[in-house]
Design a protein around this ligand. Structure first.
Ligand code: KG4
Ligand code: ZN
Length: 359
């Protein structure tokens, strides 16, 4: 039995978790900084770093307490190394290095993007990960920083089929909400505002889907683009604005519902196209936007019979450290550790193999 302490600080959540053997989440503490950033309408990296510094100690202590363990019982410290906001990552990484060194534990640097996929396989969901019948597996990773379709084989070979060529899906929701003056973060508020709205009232574009009679270049078959939807929203607001330059309140619900529909429709359609063309056995949805009820509903409706759908539990969709501690165990069991002079990284490196499969 091995216990990994996970630490996450890549964006605006400070999180720590204790995970047993890559699957049993004994504790998962998340301190959100949303209120601190909301006044600025988005995440301020420097502010995030300062907040992490304050929150890390109490969050780690609470994760250990809740799991009923001490640092002495922890086998390794896994920490998000990248991709993410460098100032924010640096604080978590430095903290984890100190904790590991001071307690004589190995350090494990974790890729946040892969950790999001792993978030769909925690707790009771773990068995599916080891079942060869689950593969090939298609992972839709949708967050504030990523929109990507990854194809994963049973031996862990992986490749990105497509990704966003401009904004991420979460970013499109966040920016759309900001434009409408709905606040930050946009995803949850868009979902709430859209409830009961008529999503067919306004037609927003479906970029890179071959809709609107535009031929789709083969290299864009599984790519996404959301900046056009956002621009269409800007023009929509201008066209319908009242004397105060704002969207009349009676149009708000239907506008938001139509905007959300456009983003989710593209995500679901591209996922299904890739699932069909690559004969996948499992579809996974992970990352903050995978919390979205319309996306969850749409994927559930469209997943063909014979294909399994694994929606990460909502608490493991948005940033958390359980996914970090869980993934860390796979490195631990192989004795693959990270040097104490390792740096954080901002961008997603090319992924050809996932660390949680194969030897
Ligand atoms: O995974 P995450 O917590 O952080 C990143 O790695 O980016 O994802 C945050 C993103 C934000 O863009 C947020 O608006 C979006 O996830 N999000 C949602 C919902 N909850 C969070 N988007 C749509 N519907 C939601 N319910
Ligand atoms: Zn994330």
């Amino acid at each position: 039995m091995s216990l990994i302490l996970g630490i996450e600080s890549s964006c605006d959540e400070t999180a720590a978790a204790v995970v047993r053997d890559g699957q049993d989440v004994l504790s998962s503490s998340v301190a959100s900084q949303i209120a601190r950033h909301a006044v600025h309408g988005g995440v301020v990296p420097e502010l995030a770093a300062r907040e992490h510094l304050v929150a890390l100690n109490p969050v780690v202590e609470s994760a250990l307490r809740e799991a009923g363990v001490t640092m002495a019982q922890i086998d390794a410290v896994a920490v998000t190394q990248g991709p993410g906001l460098i100032p924010a990552l640096l604080v978590g990484l430095s903290f984890a290095k100190g904790l590991a060194m001071g307690n004589g534990k190995p350090l494990i640097g974790i890729n946040h993007f892969i950790a999001h996929i792993y978030g769909a396989f925690l707790d009771g969901a773990h068995e599916a990960l080891e079942d060869p019948a689950s593969y090939p597996l298609l992972a839709l990773v949708v967050s504030g920083g990523h929109t990507s379709l990854m194809l994963i084989e049973a031996d862990g070979r992986a490749r990105q089929l497509g990704c966003t060529i401009d904004d991420a899906a979460g970013e499109a929701l966040d920016k759309g909400a900001k434009l409408l003056g709905l606040g930050y973060p946009g995803g949850p508020v868009v979902q709430r505002t859209a409830e009961g709205g008529d999503s067919s009232r306004f037609e927003f574009p479906r970029p890179l889907t071959g809709a609107a009679g535009k031929p789709l270049a083969p290299e864009n078959l599984y790519n996404f683009s959301f900046s056009g939807i956002k621009t269409a929203l800007l023009y929509h607001v201008r066209n319908h604005a009242g004397a105060d330059g704002k969207l009349p309140p009676e149009l708000l619900k239907d506008t938001v519902a139509s905007y959300q529909e456009a983003v989710i429709d593209v995500l679901a359609r591209k996922t299904m196209l890739a699932a069909k063309n690559f004969h996948v056995k499992t579809i996974v949805a992970a990352g903050g936007v995978a919390c979205n009820s319309l996306l969850r509903e749409r994927l559930t409706q469209l997943t063909p019979p014979g294909v399994r759908l694994r929606l990460a539990e909502r608490k493991y969709c948005t940033d958390n450290a359980a996914m970090v501690g869980g993934l860390g165990w796979h490195y631990f069991r192989r004795g693959e550790f990270t040097s104490l002079d390792a740096d954080s990284y901002a961008r997603l490196p090319a992924i050809t193999q996932v660390p949680f499969l194969g030897e």
